[in-house]
Unconditional design. Structure first.
Length: 492
């Protein structure tokens, strides 16, 4: 997708599917930024009420611009829009996509703001939409973050993430939703963003239950921190980027949902902790409680991938198996004692011991950096010659985020896949992540590097590392081969 093709006439248009609090808070912000907004709801009485009163019953004190159009006709909401946004609760995403499908044009940008994982398929919600619409030309964007509708509807400062595998589409949505009070970041880890959005709601239920039982801030902080560890563990197992979990949609959304009075999940948990049944709690909250919807998939994913998720499992026992919340918390506290630091992997232990040994025996250590996507014989030549300069070769492998953020480059293989390929090359002894341009000075000292090696296309650019005591060598590239060239040839 080329961003320039997307430059729109003066009026930018969006169709919003869902007139709940979140869809309406965003509708208000966009209409106030002069976008042409059409809101679809499945419920005629909701459309009738919003078009006549310009007030949403769940957002008292907030007035909505009269320019917003309301309709029960999904064709009207989907036709001729720059963006179509899904803002219905997770359980209605599939049926809403089915209704919208006949009216979705090729190359359409579709944004999902609902948070959840489908129960039977374990699909995230952009995956559900993709599955139903079944059209390769579409651009599916997850827009997510710590964003309570009640605050956005009042114009309070908020940050959010636009996540898409296609950088141009992510940037388009970033621009479209940026406003004087909303700051939008991009990310390409769509799965990680959506897993965070779904799982944090379950942890917020736990935080609410703890509050309802009368426990204090210490317990809540422990649940937030250990909850994040569970989210990260599952995310890591299914290939999400670790960095996402410390970002806005991970730690950020977890903090806001576990602490805000506005959180529906937190409120429902509180009521359950006080003794209400889950059904009574959901009824009293009166809005969607997505943590409860996400539980079946989260439990199944934890079991399928054999990931230890004690908080998620405990919430499931309380919500779906009728376990008494107090007994559940006691059981959680009485589990086997553990270390906070995960056990180092066999690889880490091995590499550490090799590094220690090579330090003692005075072996010569060499380091090089790069992306090494679509590994080819030019890469192998460079690695072989680098290894010949010493005894132990370290490769600083550019992470996906580093490539995305600093080089606007999307790799064919993920960091983990590229790492595995490099680790199976006989010349490579250790692969470390390259996350920033300026880490090289630190690496030279941390890894006791004697020689720094790069291809001669970088000639002169790293001579400053000599100040750190490393010899700097630029090796000639193998002229006829490069990843860029492979991609170009395959596209012919
Ligand atoms: N609220 C927030 O602060 C945020 C919410 N989100 C996410 O956005 C999604 C929507 O949440 P939110 O707006 O809060 O939800 P609400 O509970 O406020 O609204 C849900 C809306 O869906 C309507 N609805 C009922 N039946 C159907 C149906 N068959 N098909 C389509 N829609 C139906 C509801 O109508 P009725 O009320 O009459 O049942 C209501 O208008 C959720 O996944 C949530 O996690 C994300 C970020 C922030
Ligand atoms: O996702 C949200 C805030 O980012 C809303 O959370 P609740 O659904 O718990 O209100």
């Amino acid at each position: 997708m080329k961003e320039e093709n997307r430059d729109m006439p003066d009026k930018q248009r969006i169709g919003i599917l869902g007139a709940g609090t979140w869809g309406m808070a965003l509708a208000r912000m966009l209409a106030n930024c002069d976008k042409e907004v059409t809101v679809w709801s499945a419920l005629p009485q909701e459309v009738e009420q919003l078009s006549t009163t310009h007030i949403h019953p769940k957002l008292p004190g907030v007035d909505f611009p009269e320019t917003i159009r309301y309709t029960t006709d999904i064709e009207e909401a989907c036709t001729n829009q720059n963006i179509i946004m899904f803002a219905v609760p997770s359980v209605f995403v599939r049926s809403t996509a089915e209704k919208a499908k006949p009216y979705i044009k090729d190359n359409q940008i579709i944004v999902d703001v609902a948070k959840g994982i489908e129960a039977d398929t374990f699909m995230t919600l952009t995956e559900v939409i993709e599955d139903v619409l079944d059209n390769d030309t579409l651009h599916l964007v997850a827009l997510s973050g710590p964003t309570h509708a009640e605050e956005v509807a009042r114009g309070l400062p908020t940050a959010i993430v636009s996540a898409c595998k296609n950088l141009d589409a992510a940037k388009y949505v970033q621009k479209f939703f940026s406003s004087p009070f909303m700051r939008v970041y991009t990310n390409n880890d769509v799965k990680g963003i959506e897993i965070c959005g779904a799982l944090k709601n379950i942890i917020a239920l736990a935080a609410g239950i703890s509050g309802g039982l009368g426990y204090g801030d210490n317990a809540r902080a422990a649940l937030i921190t250990r909850g994040l560890a569970e989210m990260e563990r599952l995310g890591g197992r299914i290939g999400c980027t670790p960095h996402t979990f410390s970002g806005l949609t991970g730690m950020g959304d977890l903090i806001v949902t576990c602490t805000s009075e506005f959180s529906r999940n937190n409120q429902a948990g509180h009521l359950i902790g006080e003794g209400k049944t889950p059904a009574e709690a959901v009824k009293e909250v009166g809005m969607v409680v997505e943590g409860i919807n996400a539980l079946p998939a989260a439990v199944q994913l934890a079991e399928t991938y054999k990931v230890d998720m004690p908080i998620v499992m405990t919430v499931n026992k309380i919500v779906n198996e009728g376990l008494n919340p107090k007994d559940a918390v006691n059981a959680l506290l009485q589990r086997d004692l553990k270390s906070e630091t995960p056990l180092p992997s066999i690889n880490d232990v091995f590499e550490e011991s090799v590094l220690r040994k090579t330090r003692k025996s005075g072996m010569k250590r060499v380091i090089t950096y790069g992306t090494f996507d679509l590994l080819h014989y030019g890469h192998i030549n460079l690695l072989r010659r680098a290894k010949e300069l010493g005894d132990y070769l370290i490769v600083g492998l550019s992470t996906d985020e580093f490539n995305w953020n600093e080089k606007q480059k999307k790799c064919y293989f993920t960091y983990e896949q590229r790492k595995q390929l490099l680790e199976s090359v006989r010349y490579v002894d250790l692969v470390i992540p390259e996350c920033a341009w300026d880490q090289k000075r630190k690496d030279v000292h941390e890894y006791h590097v004697d020689t720094f090696v790069m291809g001669d296309d970088w000639k002169g650019q790293f001579d400053f590392l000599e100040e750190e005591g490393a010899e700097v060598v630029y090796l000639p590239r193998t002229p006829e081969i490069s990843t860029t060239r492979i991609k170009k040839d395959l596209n012919k």
